[in-house]
Design a protein around this ligand. Structure first.
Ligand code: PGA
Length: 245
């Protein structure tokens, strides 16, 4: 399903509405979350719904998609810190209900296995929020990631390092490795919402919808899922609109 809305504010409003409805239907929702610029305003809307008193996160469980290797969770550039700043610290979620990959562990393989088991133990992710990279990645599943890939350590694409450098003082500071849920892990979520905003995502969005599923565009594997909603603004949906004409 596609929801195409004029701008980023509309995309965020729509996403927050769907997430809030899911929490109201199931207070103990297992919610998969993403970092990056795209979901920030969605998180702002969720915070505002919470503050108005209509949304309760006290039973919600979360699993974030990914984390940089080497950064401890307190590091200002860690994704765990990003989530605390942009969502968790401003709502009534319980710290023990927040699940995160730890980027600074000695045994990465064990950590990835722990995460897979924790997802399974929670009953599985009910609703997974995704962004998309300009190279078509979902989470840190860069091109060449396999459809059945599981949570693991990956090397980041040069294009991803360059895109994420805006969050760091110097490009040299961007970690080159990350832990990420796999494509297979993501596809097991019961429902998925992919958010994309801006013309720089239009090609990746079009490839993920119109190209046959392939490792070239990891997001194209979402075609194999039966319940995915793309929420796109005008820029990100530009090439879909052209295709319709
Ligand atoms: P962005 O990143 O939201 O910062 O554009 C999305 C992604 O890389 O998945």
């Amino acid at each position: 399903m596609f929801i195409i809305i004029k701008d980023e504010a509309g995309m965020s409003r729509e996403a927050a509405k769907l997430i809030a409805a899911a929490i109201k239907r199931k207070p103990r929702l297992v919610l998969g979350l993403a970092t990056g610029s795209t979901p920030i305003r969605t998180y702002e809307r969720l915070i505002s719904l919470y503050k108005k008193g209509g949304l309760d996160f006290s039973q919600v469980l979360t699993f974030n998609l990914d984390e940089y290797v080497g950064l401890p969770e307190g590091h200002t550039q860690s994704y765990r810190h990003f989530m605390e700043k942009n969502l968790f610290g401003k709502i009534n979620i319980r710290q023990e209900n927040i699940n995160f990959l730890k980027g600074d562990v000695a045994d990465i393989e064990k950590e990835c296995l722990r995460y897979e088991k924790a997802i399974e133990g929670s009953g599985g992710i009910d609703l997974q929020i995704l962004g998309i990279g300009q190279n078509g990645h979902i989470a840190f599943n860069e091109p060449d990631s396999l459809e059945n890939s599981r949570t693991r350590a990956v090397n980041l694409d040069r294009s991803t390092i360059e895109a994420n450098a805006r969050f760091f003082t110097r490009i040299e500071d961007v970690p080159h490795r990350a832990l990420t849920m796999g494509i297979g892990t993501i596809l097991e979520a019961k429902e998925i919402i992919l958010l994309a905003s801006g013309a720089n995502k239009a090609q990746a969005v079009a490839d993920s919808i119109f190209s046959a599923p392939s490792t070239e565009t990891p997001a194209s594997f979402l075609q194999k899922h039966s319940k995915v909603t793309f929420i796109l603004d005008a820029g990100a949906s530009k090439m879909i609109e052209m295709k319709k004409v």
